[in-house]
Design a binder for this molecule. Structure first.
Ligand code: SAM
Length: 275
């Protein structure tokens, strides 16, 4: 099958067709000499064609078998290119990225239906990344920059904000894709910080504190925290008191620093509870 088959809506196939936007993304990716690059969803190769010339190693993860076969065929002479025919959500990214001692550059025009889930996976491997340049639905991108106590503020805002400095590169209108999506998109640069924005103790605990705080948006913070696994060991009322955070607040009103404070305390309590 050729790469020219009809785009599949189920796989979020909105292919980039605007040369200027493609150039802006490649420029923003700032690929360093010999750097390993991961592209998620190469599609028909709008970005891949540029990445292949610049990357020291290029890994493509594509879930559309026909498109994966297309890339395998096209790049069979390029020894530095690996095509993984798989759902990115099922790929063990940590193991994959550990294959290179160098930090990776991730470039992707993400399929919108799984972009938030992919962001979580990339957050989990932040220590292996040098930079990410991602195209997202604008609404999802706006969420990453949202301040506390607004509806767009959520788990991705807090988690990614801990480790990445996020900068907007460009807003991309629907006409730059084929087929055109219904909404605007945005290209963002994610630059990992040299240290986390706040001390959080154990990062798994931080994830769990943040996820539980946002788990039921209409409920109080206190009730949300009680639904977390750590609440089996930690007294959440006492935890909130020690951290001087009012448990009647909603999770979405907490700043990153307040989440960090809770996480540090839960980490200490869990460590103290170990036999
Ligand atoms: N990079 C190309 C471009 O900019 O024109 C294509 C981008 S298109 C928005 C998203 C791509 O991700 C498609 O090629 C689609 O087949 C692929 N894709 C969708 N779901 C995927 C998944 N779960 N794992 C890996 N690739 C996926």
């Amino acid at each position: 099958m050729s790469a020219a088959r009809r785009p599949l809506k189920s796989l979020g196939q909105n292919f980039l067709v605007d040369g200027n936007i493609i150039d802006r993304i490649i420029q923003a990716a700032n690929i360093l000499p010999d750097q390993p690059v991961l592209e998620i969803g190469p599609g028909r190769g709008a970005l891949t064609n540029h990445l292949v010339e610049r990357a020291g190693r290029l890994v493509l993860i594509e879930f559309d078998h026909a498109l994966a076969a297309f890339h395998r065929n096209r790049h069979q002479g390029d020894e530095h290119v690996t095509v993984i025919d798989a759902d990115v959500l099922k790929v063990d990214l940590d193991t994959l990225l550990s294959e290179s001692p160098r930090k990776w550059n991730v470039v992707a025009n993400l399929p919108y239906n799984i972009s938030t889930e992919v962001l979580f996976r990339l957050y989990n491997v932040h220590s292996r990344l040098e930079r990410m340049t991602l195209m997202l639905q604008k609404e999802v991108g706006d969420r990453l920059a949202a301040p506390p106590d607004c509806s767009a503020y959520g788990v991705t805002t807090v988690l990614l904000g801990l480790w990445f400095d996020i900068r907007r590169v460009i807003v991309v209108p629907p006409g730059c894709f084929h087929p055109s999506p219904k909404v605007d998109s945005v290209v963002l640069n994610f630059i990992p910080r040299s240290a986390a924005k706040a001390e959080v103790g154990d990062e798994d605990v931080f994830r769990s504190v943040v996820k539980s705080a946002f788990s039921m948006r209409r409920k109080t913070l206190s009730n949300c925290l009680k639904s977390a696994e750590f609440a089996k060991t930690v007294d959440c009322e006492q935890l909130l008191e020690v951290c001087a955070i009012d448990g009647r607040r909603r999770g979405e009103t907490l700043s990153l620093e307040e989440f960090a404070l809770l996480s540090c305390r839960v980490t200490e309590l869990l460590r103290g509870a170990l036999p």
